[in-house]
Design a protein around this ligand. Structure first.
Ligand code: NAD
Length: 298
């Protein structure tokens, strides 16, 4: 058996086209564009690439993009003042502070300063709480993207056994909450889990968010299961290569021989993250401007 490939790149492109349509309608109704602000502290090369692609994608969808670059030695008061100004700015619907921050800045303090109704990353404790109790809020982009891919592939997830490997605040925990909200029977596995292979073997849905290259083996996967690989790991360069290959947390070749469907790395979950960020920003714009948006429209 060979698994169907879940094409996140294609799904994200379709979602972005829909966002662009809704962004244009929003502009007509609200008399202004939706706006997303990104704050970058320091010059981490990977963060610079992310921020640049977020800005480009925001503009391509017909929204305003505001970028604020602060020096690496920026103190907490300066960063918090910037966030306060963005909280108060009516042209800004969503605020994202690019993580990781330099070590002298406390991420929790900084995230706590963002107005939860502009927290399009969904990292504020208010939004984590809203997700936990089933109130509307903002959900972290990567796990929300994973659920979109799962529902597109499987339709209803109700009653399915789901195993999430990883318990980070950014991926694993919100992923588990989202699957619970879809009425899955959810197990969260992590670095202290005993016999991970046996836990994974029960799952109709496996979500791997660990950060360990090709850790999940094909022999662990229940035949026909749907596998969502969140991991992005770069292998050391092989001989003659300048850069190593990108791989996920799942041994793709092995798992694809057993699973019913699987996301590739790259081209699976990765492209969904920015698309869902734009989606969250546009949802925030509708809420902030009091413009109606049909449930499930985006
Ligand atoms: P993290 O380091 O915060 O969390 C990793 C989790 O894996 C921890 O909860 C830990 O308990 C668990 N873990 C570690 N070793 C384990 C083991 N041997 N067995 C079982 N569980 C183990 O990482 P994160 O931020 O959640 O990211 C996870 C991966 O997803 C990384 O590869 C990251 O690059 C990737 N990621 C991708 C996207 C995307 O857009 N596709 C977004 C976020 C993260």
């Amino acid at each position: 058996m060979s698994a169907a490939v879940i094409d996140g790149k294609q799904f994200a492109a379709t979602l972005r086209a829909r966002i662009a349509d809704y962004a244009a309608t929003f502009e007509q109704s609200a008399g202004r564009k939706a706006g997303l602000a990104v704050v970058l502290v320091g010059e981490d090369p990977a963060s610079q690439v992310y921020v640049k692609s977020k800005g480009k994608a925001t503009l391509e969808c017909g929204m305003n993009s505001f970028e604020y670059k602060l020096p690496i030695d920026c103190d907490e008061a300066t960063l918090l003042a910037r966030i306060e100004a963005l909280n108060a700015d009516e042209a800004v619907d969503g605020i994202l502070v690019q993580l990781p921050l330099p070590g002298h800045l406390d991420e929790q303090t900084v995230i706590a300063a963002i107005n939860p109704d502009k927290d399009v990353d969904g990292f504020h404790v208010t939004n984590a709480g809203r997700l936990a109790v089933g109130q509307p809020g903002f959900v972290p982009c990567t796990p929300l993207g994973c659920v979109m891919l799962l529902k597109d592939r499987l339709g209803s997830l109700s009653g399915l056994d789901a195993v999430v490997i990883g318990r980070s605040n950014i991926v694993g925990k919100p992923m588990a909450q989202l699957l619970l909200a879809e009425s899955c029977t959810v197990t969260i596995a992590h670095s202290r889990t005993k016999d991970l292979a046996e836990v994974v073997a029960r799952a109709d849905i496996v979500v791997a968010a660990v950060g360990r290259p090709e850790m999940v083996k094909g022999s662990w996967i229940k035949p026909g299961a749907t596998v969502i690989d969140v991991g992005i790991n770069r292998l050391p360069p092989a001989e003659g290569e300048s850069k190593g290959r990108l791989v996920g947390d799942v041994d793709y070749a092995e798992a694809a021989a057993v699973a019913g469907a699987i996301t590739p790395v790259p081209g699976g979950v990765g492209p969904m993250t920015i698309a869902v960020l734009l989606r969250n920003a546009l949802v925030a714009a509708h809420r902030n401007a009091g413009v109606a948006l049909a449930d499930g429209a985006l």
